[in-house]
Ligand binder design. Structure first.
Ligand code: PLP
Length: 394
């Protein structure tokens, strides 16, 4: 795919381009098939409704869930807000304890901070240096007052994948709900028994080569009674989220999910090989460390710290050649070190010297070779002008 910036794009965890096959599937629903799926008295509406039903069926089959367990939203942020605020509101005074981790996406952390102002007690679990939940702390803090545990499946900054089996078992023992943000996981790893473990989950179209502004909430059939509708009005989506259906986006999301799930094994292998090529090349640079588990990690993600280098300056210098990130793109205005790396215990200077490379569908071995060369050059250049590099004890 031609880029107007002639840059190598390695920021697929921030967003992905819409696959042309996805865009093509959507087009008719902007133009000739523009009907409102709720117009039940003419063929324009019937056609849109059929398309929606088909799309929902395709997604449900790809995920291995029931169509009625899916609610379309504008994306993961909305899904997270709807579920966490919704269960808290509905539980009343019954249970007011929420558990999450310090390495969650800001969408979860900010909602939890808000819920604290509404009377929730929130435990922010530590993570290990590998980025995994501190299970001992979870065991010690979860109780029969714990309403919900929110732990993401895969981290957007490090790619670290949490082992949800044990977390789900603890939730079951205490009668607590389990929400998992799977935004970064779908299409990158097989979801296995994920839906047997969680009560709620979220996904986002723009992370898997679908359109922006569309996402999904998974609500387990058995948990429908712990939530009220997200948006009242019109009764769409079985009453869960009123408002005219975004038919083109839903059709596009179905195509994107189908493609991502169908290609996941092969594409995961290809991306893993490319990521390893990149990792190997960059580890050739002295004083460089990988952040996060090597074993439990998305195949496309590499988070790496270059000691004695200012990550911000490195990012700026590289930005004429490539698109990479130094943390979550969603809070790139912030000058704080990544909260995820800090939660993993990285020293502030090391957290500031880190970059995230996230590879994707259009990444080639040639891109990776070029990126390795450019990063080696820039890191050497920056260290050459850093007095601390000269003085370091070897
Ligand atoms: N959760 C994770 C792990 C993410 O990576 C993102 C996006 O960066 C979000 C949630 C928010 O997703 P959306 O952009 O669909 O609101």
């Amino acid at each position: 795919m031609e880029s107007r910036y002639a840059q190598i794009y390695l920021d697929y965890n921030a967003t992905t381009p819409c696959d042309s096959r996805v865009a093509e599937s959507m087009w008719p629903y902007f133009t000739e098939h523009f009907g409102n799926a709720s117009s039940s008295h003419h063929p324009y509406g019937w056609l849109a409704k059929d398309a929606l039903e088909e799309a929902t069926g395709v997604i449900a089959a790809a995920l291995g869930v029931q169509a009625r367990e899916l609610v379309f939203t504008s994306g993961s942020t909305e899904s997270i807000n709807s579920v966490l605020k919704g269960v808290f509101r509905k539980s009343g005074a019954e249970r007011n304890h929420i558990i999450t981790s310090k390495a969650e996406h800001k969408a979860v952390l900010d909602v939890c901070a808000y819920l604290e102002t509404q009377g929730a007690k929130v435990t922010y679990l530590d993570v290990t240096p590998k980025g995994l939940i501190d299970m001992e702390q979870l065991e010690q803090t979860i109780s029969e007052n714990t309403l919900i545990v929110a732990v993401m499946l895969a981290n957007n900054e490090t790619g670290v994948i949490q082992e949800l089996d044990q977390i789900a078992a603890l939730c079951k023992t205490c009668g607590s709900l389990l929400f998992s943000d799977a935004t970064q996981a779908l299409g990158k790893i097989g979801l296995g028994n994920f839906f047997d473990l969680v009560d709620f989950a979220c996904f986002s179209g723009h992370k898997l080569y679908g359109p922006k502004g569309i996402g999904l909430t998974y609500i387990s059939e058995e948990r429908k009674d712990v939530l009220d509708p997200f948006i009242h009005g019109g009764g769409q989506q079985s009453g869960w989220r009123g408002g005219t259906y975004n038919t083109p986006a839903i059709v596009g999301l179905a195509k994107a999910v189908r493609l991502a799930v169908d290609q996941q094994v092969e594409e995961g292998k290809r991306l893993g090989e490319l990521r390893d090529q990149l990792e190997h090349g960059l580890l050739g640079i002295e004083e460089t460390v990988i952040n996060g588990s090597h074993v439990n990690r998305l195949p496309n993600t590499l988070n790496i710290s270059f000691k004695y280098v200012d990550g911000e300056a490195l990012l700026r210098a590289l930005s004429t050649h490539m698109a990479v990130s130094n943390g979550s793109a969603c809070n790139s205005a912030s000058v704080n070190p990544s909260h995820v790396l800090k939660a993993m215990g990285l020293a502030t200077d090391l957290a500031f010297s880190s970059l995230r490379f996230s590879l994707g569908r259009y990444t080639t071995p040639q891109d990776v070779e070029k990126v390795i060369d450019l990063v080696i050059r820039e890191v050497s250049g920056q260290r050459a002008s850093n007095i601390l590099w000269e003085r370091r004890s070897r």
